[in-house]
Design a protein around this ligand. Sequence first.
Ligand SMILES: [Zn+2]
Ligand SMILES: [Zn+2]
Length: 159
Amino acid sequence: MPHKDRATQRDYAKEYHQRNKAKHNEYNKTYQKQHPRQRNNYLKGYRKGIKIAAFEAYGGCVCACCGETHLEFLSIDHVDGGGAEHRRQLGKNHGPGARFYAWLKNQGFPPGYRVLCMNCNASIGWYGYCPHGKAEGILSRTQQQPAAQLALFPNGNLS
Ligand SMILES: [Zn+2]
Ligand SMILES: [Zn+2]
């Protein structure tokens, strides 16, 4: 009888699903035991720790230009430029910037770096200045005009 068969099939599918669910849960538990999350948290904490230590060595967890304080937006900027190149050389094996911050720490936080947020960093990197204007006094980066500035303002007129 087809009707009964379908009912049996449905029951079977339900049971199969339940059994699989249990198996899945069991698998997840084992996986989590073998790959404890604490290790991830530890690494994240470690990265955050050396980042904050670096910021503190260069004036605190605040953008030297606009005063941004969200850690997620902040990074160490090489005052004379070339920071990106240096970071590329150091590689990214340990997460964004972690190796760079570790390197700074190992060097005893040498002078020539500052804390900037992404916006100010990008603007200074591309245009050689930041529209906030507050970084003017500390800008020593651009002796020559950056390429982006030349392309956008070929007459050298920035306003
Ligand atoms: Zn900023
Ligand atoms: Zn700025």
